[in-house]
Design a protein around this ligand. Structure first.
Ligand code: ACO
Length: 410
């Protein structure tokens, strides 16, 4: 287990200055699921607390499109131009591709022209892992602004004939901006843990380098997630309270001082069990699993965005984020909230101008691709030497083709 509590060592703290989330429009209710697999609304609600979840519809909605929308909203709240981002981290178990990283696609979609970008794989703990990396980069001075996104389309790796898993998951994305500040606030401590001996308890068996995609992996359902629910439940109810307690202590707080706990939203029974073990009233835990199901790495930033929108976070509040997931992994973060509600800090004109700026920055991708096409058209595959000669050849060839075409018409 690694712990990180050196906030302020350089006089620099890492504050959450922007947040945003996005879920697909399509809602899948328990009743609708009961018409697909042998289950009931009563079973799902009593065992998990889930009533409905959002799922992507069609090929145009993907992990990257959800992530880009959440990222854009977070930039708007922070009032930060995309070009000022130093790093984009996307935590996901359902990336757009094995490579390029989804983070690079987001860097491009947002026009974050000065940012490095990478994906992070830590299951449902991924967002807190990303927050920990971002705050360490900001506190050390290697970055001033980092965009951290948790984004998933778990519906794409769900076996819709397996009632043990298909009732649990949903799609969505959530994002935060982590920025440098000099006042003591923001991410004060984090804790990351892993027990790889439980890797087989929650796994996507095929499609990696160990079992590449083949007719056999497809026909055996190897590209759908597999889970031992009871074992994961046992693991979760043990590590969640432990990680929450430990990170609280590292921040120098008592658990009784914590204003709000935002746990990973997997199952309301796991959250109730953590509240009981920590001896914290359940109303100090944020719960929205009933409306989204388990959105894996996206669940905590979606919940954080809703908590702010509901007015549940105020400057000076002590916030604990805690999660667990595939790996097996767990993670916690202690955050002193530093931001007033966004409505009090930004006028509608400033919001409009910021939105316009972000939209224009997003068009940079089109310009970069056009530039590459023109370059390749002139140079061909040979390289840079004698580009004037190459351009002349290209123009001559184009002129000859056009002349021949016109002569053919006569
Ligand atoms: N509808 C009706 N019956 C069902 C369903 C369903 N959707 N799913 C399972 N059952 C049945 C089982 O077949 C079993 O029947 P049996 O006793 O005849 O075999 C019975 O219900 C009870 O099964 P249990 O596994 O004991 O049910 P449990 O109370 O443990 O709840 C659950 C199952 C909800 C999966 C729970 O174990 C759980 O939440 N585990 C944690 C899962 C989790 O959090 N995963 C996310 C990890 S994070 C990440 O990285 C994605």
């Amino acid at each position: 287990m690694t712990a990180h509590a050196n906030a302020g060592a350089n006089g620099r703290y890492a504050q959450i200055t922007g947040w945003g989330s996005c879920v697909p429009d399509k809602v899948l209710t328990n009743e609708a699921l009961a018409s697909i697999v042998d289950t009931t609304d009563e079973w799902i609600v009593s065992r998990t607390g889930i009533r409905e979840r959002h799922v992507v519809a069609g090929e145009r909605e993907t992990t990257a499109t959800l992530a880009a929308r959440a990222g854009r909203d977070a930039l708007l709240v922070a009032g930060l131009p995309p070009a000022e981002l130093d790093l984009v981290i996307v935590a996901t178990a359902t990336p757009e591709y094995a490579f390029p990283s989804t983070a690079s696609l987001i860097q491009d979609a947002l026009g974050a022209s000065s940012a490095g970008a990478f994906d992070l794989s830590a299951g449902c703990s991924g967002f807190i892992y990303g927050l920990s990396m971002a705050s360490a980069a900001v506190q050390s001075g290697s970055a001033d602004h980092v965009l951290v996104i948790g984004a998933e389309t778990l519906s794409r790796i769900t076996d819709w004939t397996d009632r043990n898993t298909c009732v649990l998951f949903g799609d969505g994305a959530g994002a935060v901006i982590v920025s440098a500040c000099t006042e003591r606030c923001g991410v004060l401590a984090t804790e990351l843990g892993s027990d790889g001996s439980g890797g087989d308890l929650l796994i996507l068996p095929a499609g990696g380098s160990r079992r590449p995609a083949s007719l056999e992996t497809v026909s055996n359902g190897g590209h759908y997630l597999k889970m031992n629910g009871r074992e994961v439940f046992r693991f979760a109810t043990t590590v969640m309270p432990r990680a929450a307690e430990s990170v609280t202590r590292k921040a120098g707080w008592e658990i009784a001082d914590v204003s709000l706990v935002i746990p990973h939203q997997a199952n309301v029974r796991i959250i109730e069990s953590a509240a009981k073990r920590l001896n914290v009233p359940l109303d100090r835990f944020f719960v929205n699993v009933d409306r989204y199901g388990n959105t894996s790495a996206a669940s905590i930033p979606i919940a954080l965005t809703e908590a702010v929108a509901q007015g549940r976070l105020h400057p000076g509040d002590k916030l604990v984020l805690v999660g667990f997931g595939a790996g097996l992994t767990w993670a916690g973060a202690a955050v002193e909230w530093g931001m007033p509600p966004p409505a009090t800090t930004r006028t509608s004109l400033r919001r409009f101008l910021a939105r316009l700026g972000i939209l224009l920055a997003g068009n940079r991708s089109w310009l970069r691709q056009s530039e590459r096409h023109v370059y390749n058209w002139i140079m061909g595959p040979v390289g840079k030497e004698d580009w004037r000669g190459r351009l002349r050849q290209r123009v001559d060839a184009w002129r000859d083709r056009t002349r021949r075409r016109l002569a053919g018409r006569k």
